[in-house]
Structures are given as structure tokens and as C-alpha cells.
Ligand binder design. Sequence first.
Ligand SMILES: Nc1ncnc2c1ncn2[C@@H]1O[C@H](COP(=O)(O)OP(=O)(O)OP(=O)(O)O)[C@@H](O)[C@H]1O
Ligand SMILES: Cc1ncc(COP(=O)(O)O)c(N)n1
Length: 492
Amino acid sequence: MIPRVLSIAGTDPTGGAGVQADLKSIAAQGGYGMAVVTALVAQNTRGVRAVHRPPDDFLRAQLDAVGDDVVVDAVKVGMLADADLVRTVHDWLAAHRPPVVVVDPVMVATSGDRLLDAEAVDALRELVRGVADLVTPNVPELAVLAGGPPATDWAGVLAQAREVAAGLGVRVLAKGGHLVDDPVVRDALVDPDGTVVETVGARVETPHTHGTGCSLSSAVATLRCARGSWPDAVAEATRWLRESVAAADDLHVGTGRGPVSHFAGLWARGGTETPPAAAEVTEGWWRETAPVRAAIDALPFVRALGDGSLDRRAFDDYVGQDALYLREFARALAAASATAPTAAEQAFWAAAAEGAVATELQLHGGFLPPAELFDATPGPALTAYVDHLLAAVARGSHEVLVAALLPCFWVYEDVGSRLLPQAHDGHPYAAWLRTYGDQAFAATTAEAVRLVGEAAARARPEVRERMRAAFAASVEHERRFFAAPLGAATTT
Ligand SMILES: Nc1ncnc2c1ncn2[C@@H]1O[C@H](COP(=O)(O)OP(=O)(O)OP(=O)(O)O)[C@@H](O)[C@H]1O
Ligand SMILES: Cc1ncc(COP(=O)(O)O)c(N)n1
């Protein structure tokens, strides 16, 4: 289930804090983000210039528009600006009772600008007491909620957090980000009964921590839906936030204290590419190899094989090399089966291995005396092709291996199906033409194309590129293999 998470907060047109940060943070945790705007804030990474707050009934209209239509799994509350606004949100939350409510008691921006009227603090305290499951104050906000001076060390933070948790009957996530002399950043989840779960992580050396509080609270709200436990949600959210703070220097947004990079981890692990469709990939490879395939069609060997005029010794040379090839090809197919990610692919490649070493060799046995089938001396074209396939086996990537194997199906099916109309009962090579021009071989080839295309669509871009190169190399090996018996040039 994808948690539907509503942020009720102010805006930051530079995207680092407020609802803009919340939406990114919710998305980064796998949630669906929604936002009701409590205040339009003209601010940037250097500070706040002006605040425009909507009329109470308009705020209520936004909240109702969401509540009347969407099941809300979690709410994160941020900037509330003044006491009337706090009460409007409080009333709505009390009436709707979303399963998870996280309140970030935003009071003062990092820049020092006030984001909540001083006289609204009592109303905010009542909202926290009445409808919050978790409140996430930084050091100065914790002090305001506790009604004391800001703590100067971690022990002081924990003491105040216990006081607030017990006094308001709410879980407190006390944040140590502001204790800048501490070489580590500590967060503590404090229950009303005094239970404390601490998370500690390295402090990232960067000025760019604008919006960390907004981002953390909305991440925890989202993760609480998926993880089912507050300590698990906090542990994951702080791990994610540290990674996002560590990448903040890469963003270059603004000249003040810049935002964190909410998707840095996702980009690094998953990239930003939309995978192509399977057929798109294989059709691209096919198009790219068109010149080599045209050169195959033009080879004297292939033309003479089609019209039956091919010298029998040249054909026997070819069959002798191909018999040796098929045994090694079958070994590579067996390796593709051994490394296949699904049972269906495993079965397909295993059946293809059996087909290569049994069925196709039967065809060759019809042309050469069985005792001499494997007597040929391996030629350079055969050796190069087999080395290419077995190197793909050795490198261990199933995807690259199957891409290297594909031309042996596809090029043969392509050549076979176009030469088939020339087959007739008196044609010396009719059995060859009928084997590769056959419907059953076409069906096997189509399945191989589909499986390799799907593997390519699933693969990371760099693996897909290696697949493309392996496929193209095999098509060229096919050309050299067909060229070898008549001693044609080994380059296109
Ligand atoms: N330099 C840092 N290195 C690693 N993590 C950090 C750093 N700064 C902040 N964090 C993380 O962000 C969380 C929130 O930071 P902080 O305590 O500064 O809250 P805040 O003041 O509400 O944030 P905001 O900047 O949005 O006002 C911290 O608890 C910590 O998990
Ligand atoms: C709308 C809004 N909400 C919250 C903050 C606090 O974030 P920070 O302390 O990082 O400036 C902010 N600046 N703007």
C-alpha cells in the first residue's frame, strides 16, 4: 500500500523547506504526497521576506477538499503562522482523526525569522496535546514547549523532552541538529512514560541543512505507515536524511543555507532513466546491425547456399566448423540456463542447449559421416566466435551472455527464412534451408528475442550497453563464420 500523506504547512518557493520539502520527502519514502498551504511565504535560502496567510475559511476549504475525497493515512503539520490558523487545523484534525499525526512545531526559521506568532504557542501546545502522535521540536522549539531556556547539551535536551512528553502526553522526537559543537547528531524518541530510543549518526560538515526539520517530520509520518513502529520509522528517516544532507553540496541552490538533496540516494541507486520497452531495445540492436546483415546476405557463400550452386567442399568445411561451434554454443546456452533469473528462462535456455547439441547436430550428421563430425581443425572464425561466447560466460553476467547468444538464433532465422523459397526436393542443401527457415525455429527465435529484450529492459543502463555491444560483436562473428569457407575477406 502506498501511504497517502498530507502535509499541512507553509511554502518555500525555493523548494527547500515547507510543503515543497515535505512533498519531496514523502515521495522519497515511497508515499503519495498532498499539501494544504497554511501560508504563502516569500523566502529563499537567505531568509523570509513576507508571509501571506489565507483566510481561515479558505484554509478550512482546502482541508475539506482533501478530507471529503481522499483517505488520508498520515498527516504532517508544519508552519501554522498564528493562533487562529492553529485552531482551524486543530478542529479539522480532531474531526477527522487521521491514523498518524506528526507535528513539527515550526516557530523560527533557520534564518532567525519568526514563522509562528508568540501568542500562538499555547494554541500549538493544545493542538499537540489533543491530536498529535508525535511532535518533532528542534532545540529552541523544545525549550519553548517546555517553558524553559534552550538546552546547551544533550542531557539538557533529554530532560526537556521527557518533561514535554509527560506534560503533553505525546511522543517527542527531540533533535540535536542545533548542538553544533557535538561531532555527532543525536535524535531521541521519548515516550510519555519516559522510554527513550536514541539514534546517533555522524554530523555532515555542510551549511546546507535548510528544511531538514520539515523533511524529517514528513519522512517519519510516511515511514510510520509502512513500518508500523515509531523507532523503526525514525531510524530509517534519519538514515535517509543523513544521506540527503551529505549530498546537499551537489545541489547549488541559492547563495545562503541551501536545501538537502531529497532524492540523492534514489538517483544513485536507481538512476533517473525510464526503462525502454523490451522490443524497443532489440529492434534498436537489429537496426544497428543492418549493414553487417546486408553484408552476410551479399556473401558468395550465402548466395550459393541459397541457389544450390555452392561447392560441396566449401559446404562440408562450413558444416565441420559449425559442428564444433554447436557444442560450444550449447555449453554457453547451458550457462545461460544456469544463471537465469526465472524458471521459465532457465527452461528456455536449457531446451535451446539441448536443441543445439542434439537436433541441429542431427542435421550435420546428414551431411558429414558421423565418425568425422568433430574431426575438423578449428578455424580462426570459429575460434574467435566461440571465445567471444565463452568470455561472456566467464564474465558472469546472464544478461550480457544471452545478448551474445541471440544473433545465432536471429541471424540464422533471418537468413534461413529468406533462403527457404529456393528450397526444392533436388536442392543439395534443402535440409539446411528447411531447418532454419522452419516455423518452429522462427517461434524459438521470437521467444529468445523476447527474453533477451526483457532482460535488457530490466538491466541497468550500463549493463544494457554491454548487452548491445555483445550482440553487435556476435552479428559480426556470424558474418565472418559465413565468409570463412570461401575464404572471403574477414572484414566488412
Ligand atoms: N549536519 C548534519 N548532519 C547530519 N544530519 C543532520 C545535520 N543537520 C541536521 N541533520 C538531521 O536533521 C534533523 C533535523 O535537524 P535540526 O535539529 O537542525 O532540526 P530543525 O532545526 O527543525 O531543522 P530545520 O533546518 O528544518 O529548521 C536532525 O535531527 C538530524 O537527523
Ligand atoms: C514554510 C516553512 N516551514 C518551515 C521552515 C523551517 O525550515 P528551516 O528552519 O530549515 O528554515 C521554513 N523556513 N519555511
